[in-house]
Design a protein around this ligand. Structure first.
Ligand code: ADP
Ligand code: AMP
Length: 215
């Protein structure tokens, strides 16, 4: 199964994507996470992406499509994939269609996660991320057992620099301009699109997602 998690920053794509991928035995492919690893490792991609990410802008399509092709290309034909944060533009969606057609696959389900901006802003202001294992917490809703320390691996948690209020505002604008139109794009392309109310507790949102995915 190929599932796309669409939605604005902070709506819970990462939180839900990890849980869904585990439930259906799929690979969770989060382009934001892959870019942050590339930055940390100082690769050419990481260096090219850095400025765009810091400003809350999108990284150029070609870099992202090459990255996704590298990850998805070698996967077994039966391997499910949960895309999180990709595609984010119409050209990325078209490129994904091409990559999947080449391996005789298609997008099976698009989950459009929705919540109001004030919810997103509050979630992003409280988000704390583990730079080592990628676990995500929230100081308001899902704090770690020990303040500032990752429950899973013990690393010091960070507040992502692009979660500061000015960059969050820009990321929300970019979402509305470039990514939200993908909901119509997929509706027109006849991929099943399910809208999910993401302003509910994590387990309730996950239950709706699993129902939509038939899992
Ligand atoms: P995205 O990947 O869409 O940017 P995340 O999954 O990182 O979003 O979630 C953003 C923040 O909101 C994180 O701090 C996460 O712990 C928190 N969060 C996610 N889902 C919920 C929820 N249903 N209720 C409360 N907080 C949530
Ligand atoms: P995320 O972790 O999904 O919030 O992404 C963090 C940042 O990485 C975004 O603000 C973009 O700068 C960049 N990014 C992640 N995924 C993509 C994508 N599919 N296309 C372009 N830029 C991306």
């Amino acid at each position: 199964m190929v599932v796309i998690l669409l939605g604005p920053p902070g709506v819970g794509k990462g939180t839900q994507g990890v849980l869904l991928a585990e439930a259906i035995g799929a690979r969770h492919v989060a382009t934001g996470d892959l870019l942050r690893v590339a930055r940390r490792e100082g690769t050419e991609l990481g260096r090219k992406a850095q400025g765009f990410m810091d400003r809350g802008e999108l990284v150029p399509d070609q870099l992202i499509v090459d990255l996704v092709r590298e990850v998805v290309g070698p996967l077994d034909a039966a391997q499910g994939v949960v895309f999180d944060g990709f595609p984010r533009t119409v050209p990325q969606a078209e490129a994904l269609g091409g990559v999947l057609t080449d391996v005789r696959r298609k997008v099976d389900l698009v989950l459009a996660l929705e919540a109001d901006d004030d919810v997103l802003v509050q979630r992003l202001s409280g988000r704390r991320s583990c730079p080592q294992c990628g676990s995500v917490y929230n100081v308001h809703f899902t704090p770690p057992r020990s303040e500032g320390v990752c429950d899973r691996c013990g690393a010091a948690l960070v507040h992502r620099s692009d979660d500061d209020p000015a960059t969050v505002r820009r990321r929300l604008e970019v979402y509305r301009e470039e990514t939200a139109p993908l909901i119509r794009f997929y509706e027109r392309s006849q991929a099943p699109v399910r809208r999910i109310d993401a302003d509910r507790p994590v387990d309730e949102v996950q239950k709706s997602i699993r129902e939509a995915a038939g899992a």
